[in-house]
Design a protein around this ligand. Structure first.
Ligand code: NAP
Ligand code: GDD
Length: 364
């Protein structure tokens, strides 16, 4: 049977990696993009340029998760064999400012797709829901696995909780192949620029090329389980190929604080960083230098220079303090394996941001 995938959120980080992965596997790939007043396809433009023979199997359609009739007509026209619902208002802090919109897209948007599939009688179509480790929130067990109870801590997580359970309910009520991947944080060179990892790698690159003075962060104590988006989209595909509809946790099994992630990033460009002080007065200070494989140009930082400061504007009303996932079920049952460890992820992100900053500095 011809494999036809429909990806919502195609213009996002995961959508762009998943589209490439599925095209490589021979799929016809359809993506839903939102109408925007400026171009919002930079992450997928390369598919037309690089993957010369593949772009004829790649189609974009205008759509929005808040528009049922649009989703019904797209699904009826495309008749996908697999739907990956990656579209979301995905920023946790923004969800405190836009709770209703977040619920509309992340919760009801999921329902709208499932209802479209049911009404259209697409009984053979498989559905993947982008669920999240944010569901565990103020965690009730560590590490978190498929049996850990949920305890969400933000409007985003509460909306995604609805998405999780409505997916499970349609599976149980209507026998649909509808599944959740509960993915822990995954990053990449095309990670959104307001998520903390990318904010850090971009700021380091910009500081090294004289484009920025200091990096302002919020809660440095929060701990996250980080992987590379390239590895995690492969897990999404594997989950939909299983003989049974089963929900899986996708994680690295390691966790680190934002403080440690920052220090590791600085270390890769040859800067030894120490955190001094406490609370709002905590600072990231340069205390030494070492050779770097990534950055070989003249080092602009001085000893004792402050490169990180805390800004309470980035604190959240309720925080998720610790996420640490247990990926053993997907590794054991589906043979999922990660290619990227944390250091490889950081190298990939910094390498890309250094190249971008160098270009910007030349133009400045
Ligand atoms: P992302 O980069 O923020 O991408 C989100 C995508 O959703 C973008 O294409 C965005 O379009 C689209 N979108 C937003 N609102 C929409 C709407 N109303 N209608 C249609 N499309 C809409 O997110 P990501 O990091 O790739 O994550 C993909 C999915 O996995 C999300 O559902 C996220 O919540 C979930 N997730 C992510 C992680 C992670 O660590 N990355 C972990 C667990 C779960 P624009 O480009 O036009 O904004
Ligand atoms: N964004 C941001 N900006 N976060 C900061 C900052 C800052 O300046 N300083 C500290 N943090 C802390 C946040 O408070 C949070 O504890 C942690 O860094 C990670 O924040 P984000 O990078 O915004 O990601 P997230 O963990 O809240 O959410 C991401 O991962 C989820 C999976 O666990 C998003 O991709 C969600 O869509 C995803 O579901």
């Amino acid at each position: 049977m011809k494999k036809i995938a429909l990806i919502t959120g195609i213009t996002g980080q995961d959508g762009s990696y998943l589209a490439r992965h599925l095209l490589d596997l021979g799929y016809e790939v359809h993506g839903v993009k939102r109408r925007s007043s400026s171009f919002n396809t930079s992450r997928i433009d390369g598919i037309y340029e690089d993957v010369h023979s593949q772009h004829v199997r790649f189609f974009l359609h205008y759509g929005d998760l808040t528009d049922s009739s649009n989703l019904i007509s797209l699904i009826a026209k495309i008749r996908p064999t697999e739907i990956y619902n990656l579209a979301a208002q995905s920023h946790v802090q923004v969800s405190f400012e836009m709770p209703e919109y977040t619920a509309n897209v992340d919760a009801l948007g999921t329902l709208r797709i499932l209802e479209a599939m049911r009404l259209l009688g697409l009984s053979q179509t498989r559905f993947y829901q982008a669920s999240t480790s944010e569901l565990y929130g103020e965690v009730l067990q560590t590490p978190q696995n498929e049996d850990t109870p949920f305890n969400p801590r933000s409007p985003y997580a509460v909306a995604k909780l609805y998405g999780f359970y409505i997916t499970k309910n349609y599976r149980e009520a209507y026998g649909m192949f509808a599944v959740n991947g509960i993915l822990f944080n995954h990053e990449s060179p095309v990670r959104g620029e307001t998520f903390v990892t990318r904010k850090i790698t971009m700021a380091i690159a910009r500081m090294l090329y004289g484009l920025q003075e200091c990096l302002y962060l919020g809660n440095l104590d929060a701990q996250r389980d980080y992987g590379h988006a390239k590895d995690y989209v492969q897990a999404m595909h594997l989950i939909l190929q299983h003989s049974q509809p089963v929900d899986y946790v996708v994680a690295s099994g390691q966790t680190m604080s934002i403080r440690e992630f920052s220090a590791r990033c600085f270390a890769q460009v040859g800067v030894i960083l120490e955190f001094q002080g406490e609370g709002l007065d905590e600072k990231g200070v340069v205390v030494g230098f070492k050779p770097s494989a990534l950055f070989k140009e003249a080092m602009p930082f001085a000893l004792h220079q402050v490169v990180i400061r805390v800004d309470p504007r980035y604190f959240r009303p309720t925080e998720v303090d610790l996420l640490l996932g247990d990926p053993s079920k997907i590794e054991r049952e589906l043979g999922w394996k990660r290619q990227y460890g944390i250091e490889e992820l950081i190298t990939d992100m910094l390498g890309s941001d250094l190249a971008l900053a160098k270009k910007q500095a030349l133009l400045a």
